[in-house]
Design a protein around this ligand. Structure first.
Ligand code: ADP
Length: 545
């Protein structure tokens, strides 16, 4: 608001002066884009437009002329013009002329041909031996270039177009010239291979150099500049001539470089994210696989543990069964032995009674011995230390001996015990473990008698060259279907009817099966409750064929 008011005052104050205000202002005609003669022969440029804007503002009558820099300077010296435009301040006090405020700040820079150099820099220029630098004739600037590289060969050219064209000459390393002007000219000539370094050197103010005889003109220009700066006209003119050429190629490439770096960083971050994501997913995949494996392992361990638990329970159950059976099987005969021995010692019985008691003591002793033998046998089988002792045997004679041995016991129970040869036996020598065969048959016959209340027990056999087969058949109580497999386990006894009270440890069948397996044979059972059982087993002839 203040500014607009001030402008108003300035314009109104200066207005009366314009009536007799006629001036001549000269410009050099080859200083683009500030002041130069275009292809149509018109004098145009930034400074011309600025002066015209001020002229319009105050309705002045200014004659604008163009000529060479030297000519216009001498025109000012000889009072043939009131002012010259596009003049740089000398930097030292000038008592001869007036200088207006700056219309623009200019600078110099090095320009190079990007076809000759991929990268050009001040360092590069410093490092070259006797580089050829073309430039406008100006004492101060020559010193500057030589300060960059004292071996530099300076080629002085006094025409902007020619100077720019020098860059096409391969002999020329670079040119040193006005920055905006050169880039503007390069653009006009369509030479986009010309790049400028980003160093702004010798920044100078450019304005109007005015004869001391026309101080009003200086006043118009100074105030007018203030006005057009404030009302936006200056910016319009500036935008028309300067900004398009203001950015050096280097700056542009710098922006491109920054964009590329930025893009690169974003791309790198994106790739890193992708990689991190991939790694994370791989990690999750591996972890999931590990977990699945662990789960699998755990379930295997669980099954194993379950089996161990069952085994432990089984072994616990067996231990209890063993203790229960053994305490019964040892205590009963032991009580018999101790009780009847005591009776024999203390009371005077008839000799008949005494021999009866002695028989009981003897039977109890045998029963205990058989139990202890069974325990030893089953333990040996369990530990795998039971040995197999194969030698030539007579299976038939074993069977006859056993029949004779059990005949009395069977008779006592009112049972018929018979021995039957199914077909005539082979004459070939039979090899197996005699003790074990004896033990198996003893156990099966003993059981058959034990679990049969009436009827008969039949032992049948068939001995061929390769194997011997045996059947122990009884008409006894039979074995329930659901117990037929388990009775071959240790300490397992089928439930017996109350009417039958028999002794037993539940070890006999498990020992028998263990022995048969050792002898590479097999055992089978067929049984019907209340009708009877048939225990069948076969063992191979282990003699040489
Ligand atoms: P035990 O010393 O109890 O007879 P075994 O291992 O020889 O031990 O037999 C296991 C169980 O099998 C017996 O307790 C009995 O219940 C059943 N058993 C064995 N043989 C016969 C049979 N011939 N008839 C009926 N049950 C039998």
């Amino acid at each position: 608001m203040h500014k607009i008011l001030l402008l108003f005052i300035l314009v109104s104050l200066l207005k009366p002066l314009h009536l007799d205000a006629q001036y001549t202002v000269m410009f050099s005609d080859d200083y683009p884009p500030y002041n130069y003669t275009n292809n149509n022969g018109e004098l145009v440029g930034f400074n011309i437009d600025i002066l015209n804007a001020i002229q319009d503002l105050y309705k002045l009558e200014i004659t604008i002329e163009g000529n060479s820099w030297k000519t216009i300077n001498s025109a000012l010296d000889s009072n043939n013009t009131d002012a010259i435009g596009g003049a740089h301040y000398p930097g030292i006090p000038d008592i001869q002329y007036l200088y207006t405020r700056s219309t623009l700040t200019t600078s110099h820079c090095f320009l190079y041909n990007s076809n000759h150099f991929d990268k050009f820099s001040l360092e590069k220029l410093r490092s070259l031996k006797e580089p050829k630098v073309a430039m406008w004739d100006n004492d101060v600037l020559i010193h500057y270039v030589q300060s960059i590289n004292p071996s530099a060969k300076i080629i002085l050219i006094n025409n902007y177009d020619e100077l720019i064209k020098e860059l096409e000459n391969k002999e020329i390393t670079c040119i040193f010239a006005q920055r905006v002007g050169s880039m503007y000219q390069a653009k006009l000539l369509g030479k986009d291979f010309i790049h400028s370094l980003d160093h702004r050197i010798l920044e100078r103010n450019m304005g109007f150099k005015i004869s001391k005889s026309t101080p009003q003109l200086a006043e118009y220009i100074n105030n007018g500049l203030e006005v057009i700066l404030a009302n936006g006209k200056y910016q319009q003119i500036y935008d028309k001539w300067i900004p398009k050429y203001n950015k050096s190629q280097n700056e542009l490439s710098k922006y491109i470089r920054y964009s590329l770096i930025g893009g690169g960083i974003i791309l790198t971050l994106f790739l890193l994210t992708l990689i991190a994501n991939y790694l994370l997913q791989t990690k999750i995949k591996n972890k999931t696989r590990d977990l699945q494996l662990q789960l699998k392992l755990n379930s295997t361990i669980m099954v194993e543990l379950e089996q161990q638990k069952l085994k432990a329970e089984e072994s616990d159950r067996m231990k209890s069964a063993f203790l229960a059976n053994m305490s019964h099987e040892i205590r009963t005969p032991m009580n018999g032995i101790l009780g009847f021995t005591e009776l024999l010692k203390t009371v005077d019985f008839s000799s008949e009674k005494r021999s009866q008691f002695i028989d009981i003591i003897q039977q109890s002793g045998h029963r205990m011995l058989s139990t202890i033998n069974n325990i030893i046998d089953v333990s040996k089988l369990q530990c795998g230390i039971e040995k197999f002792d194969s030698k030539k045997i007579q299976p038939k004679s074993i069977l006859y001996e056993l029949r004779d041995f059990f005949e009395h016991e069977a008779e006592t129970k009112g049972l018929i015990l018979s021995l039957l040869e199914k077909v005539p036996s082979s004459t070939k020598a039979f090899y197996t473990d005699e003790y074990k065969l004896n033990s198996i048959l003893t156990n099966l016959i003993k059981n058959a008698i034990k679990y049969t209340l009436k009827g008969e027990v039949e032992i049948a056999y068939l001995i061929s060259d390769s194997k011997a087969e045996f059947w122990v058949k009884d008409s006894g109580i039979g074995i329930p279907k659901d117990k037929q497999a388990s009775i071959f386990e240790q300490f397992v006894q089928a439930e017996l009817p109350h009417s039958i009270a028999v002794e037993g440890s539940g070890l006999g069948l498990s020992i028998s099966r263990g022995y048969i397996e050792l002898m590479q044979g097999e055992i089978k059972l067929t049984s019907t409750e209340g009708i009877g059982s048939v225990f069948y087993f076969s063992i191979p002839n282990l003699g040489k064929k």
